[in-house]
Write a protein that binds this ligand. Structure first.
Ligand code: AMP
Length: 508
């Protein structure tokens, strides 16, 4: 059956296409709003430009740009043309981008003009034919070339299983894996969220999330675009700007850090948000105390939901009914969940085990990693999330830990193995372990515990400085501690739980 997410999105636009789709109040120069009609023609120009450059259906377009409406237009243009959108975290350093480009082999890269030269080197190394630029104000060769397009190509003929996007996510191996998301995956999840959270064209979503991640790009934008709502876009979370814009909004979506920061000042109270319809939280655990404080201060219950890059959203607290602190609610429509034991069998309700998910939202696998894909799926199409959970007697899902030792710092994932490998490569180092500890602002942060080779010296500042030059800042451990040996169990595994206890107060 032919199916394109782009066609679905355009069919959901309001009948009156003069209505505003997106506005950017914090932009100093350039265009500050787009109607739905303008969004559709800009997406048509973007997809036509890529087609005119010779891109074909299924070709990847790797994108490392600051957040802007033009970046969203590029995404819509890719969907429209049947190209595969591949967003990259803006914090990624050249080595990290080089790996992704080598793995995904995109036909085109769009980057910030300040990165043009380094991106051309990377493109040349991996046979990428085109490098275009786009700055935060919407200028650059991508916009210039798109503006010249006169006649639009038609929407590409796609089917539900065709790839729409690849989002890279690291794993226990430390090497990022490209999660392949289809038009059908994204559409199913977008519709489930739009309907569960009751989005309409009367809504105004205050959007302060990054758009290189599933939360800001898919969860937020699809809810708005699939209901014809308006979005107010902020380049990033800025507390003062969020407070300035909230009076005009009806919905706000955040990672827990946003809520901690909003509560961090007496000026955030019921008066500021009394008109708001919905606050959602996800990507990392929302502490029960943050939920309670928000409720006490504003009278509103934050709606917490849970998902991941590979699956989109899996669960949500109810729109009507009790939103329970410390839980991520119930499975979304058409999403099945089960909790399994070490032997892979489903556990009785209430027991703690590995959380598995199945449904139209679940991705097709990791790009060019069939073995890795096979490892992560159990028989019957169940995807092993790597999260440890239990489902209580009322059906609420509680996440109790992460099997894969993932650290989530300010909403971003940090995979210990990736950082440990870099530290272990330092000539002075024998071995290392990275563990997540509570951090007041980021929720969680990594600290490094390092064993030096005999006779070697290395200090904390040097170690951290070296890491800062090769990996994104959010991945760099906040502290490094030097020890004689790492604690190990009888199987030889490093006992990270002991390290977490020892360094629990390092970042408070
Ligand atoms: P990502 O692929 O970046 O979206 O990260 C997915 C991981 O984030 C999940 O596997 C969970 O471990 C974690 N996560 C997402 N939402 C929540 C939540 N509401 N509470 C706790 N952890 C969450």
């Amino acid at each position: 059956m032919p199916f394109s997410l782009y066609t679905l999105i355009e069919a959901s636009f309001p009948a009156d296409r003069r209505r505003i789709a997106i506005e950017v109040p914090d932009r100093s120069r350039g265009r500050t709003s787009w109607t739905y009609g303008e969004l559709a023609s800009a997406a048509a120009r973007a997809s036509t430009l890529l087609g005119n450059l010779g891109l074909e259906k299924g070709d990847r377009v790797a994108v490392q740009v600051e957040k802007s409406p033009e970046a969203l237009i590029l995404y819509l243009g890719c969907l429209r043309g049947g190209f595969v959108f591949l967003p990259m975290n803006t914090a990624y350093r050249p080595d990290e981008v080089d790996y992704l480009v080598g793995n995904a082999e995109p036909a085109a890269i769009v980057c910030d003009p300040t990165r043009d030269a380094e991106m051309r080197d990377i493109a040349a190394r991996h046979g990428t034919r085109h490098v275009l630029t786009l700055d935060p104000e919407g200028n650059g060769s991508f916009a210039e070339e798109a503006a010249k397009v006169l006649e639009a190509r038609p929407v590409a003929a796609c089917v539900s299983n065709d790839l729409a996007a690849i989002l890279y996510t690291s794993g226990t191996t430390g090497k990022p894996k490209g999660a392949m998301l289809s038009h059908g995956n994204l559409a199913a999840n977008g519709i489930a969220l739009r309907d569960s959270w009751r989005f309409t064209d009367e809504d105004i979503l205050l959007h302060a999330l990054p758009i290189f991640h599933a939360h800001g790009l898919f969860v937020a934008c699809h809810c708005a675009l699939l209901s014809g709502a308006r979005m107010i876009w902020l380049g990033r979370f800025d507390r003062a700007e969020v407070l300035r814009q909230l009076p005009r909004a009806t919905v706000f979506m955040g990672v827990p850090t946003f809520y901690v920061r909003l509560l961090d000042g007496g000026d955030f109270d019921a008066g500021v948000v009394s008109h708001m319809r919905l606050f959602t939280s996800g990507s990392a655990p929302l502490l029960a105390e943050t939920f309670e404080e928000f409720k006490a201060r504003t009278g509103k219950a934050i709606l917490e939901r849970y998902g991941m890059t590979e699956t989109g959203m899996n669960t949500s607290n109810p729109y009507d009914g009790e939103r329970r602190a410390g839980t991520v609610g119930f499975p979304l429509p058409d999403v099945e969940l089960r909790v399994t034991g070490d032997d892979g069998r489903e556990l009785p309700q209430g027991d703690v085990g590995g959380l598995e998910v199945r449904g139209p939202n679940v991705f097709g696998g990791y790009w060019r990693m069939p073995e890795k894909t096979a490892e992560e799926f159990a028989e019957g199409g169940w995807f092993r999330t790597g999260d440890v959970a239990k489902i209580d007697a009322d059906g609420y899902v509680h996440l109790v830990g992460r099997a894969k030792d993932l650290i989530i710092s300010g909403g971003f994932n940090v995979y210990p193995k990736e950082i440990e490998t870099l530290i272990d490569e330092m000539p002075e180092v024998d071995e290392s372990a990275i563990v997540g500890v509570p951090h007041r602002d980021f929720g969680e942060a990594g600290v490094a515990v390092v064993v030096l080779r005999r006779g070697q010296t290395l200090d904390e500042a040097t170690l951290i400085g070296r890491l800062k030059s090769v990996i994104a800042n959010y991945k760099v451990p906040k502290h490094a501690f030097f020890v004689e040996t790492l604690p190990r169990n009888t199987m030889g595994k490093v006992q990270k739980n002991l390290l977490r206890e020892t360094y629990a107060d390092a970042c408070r």
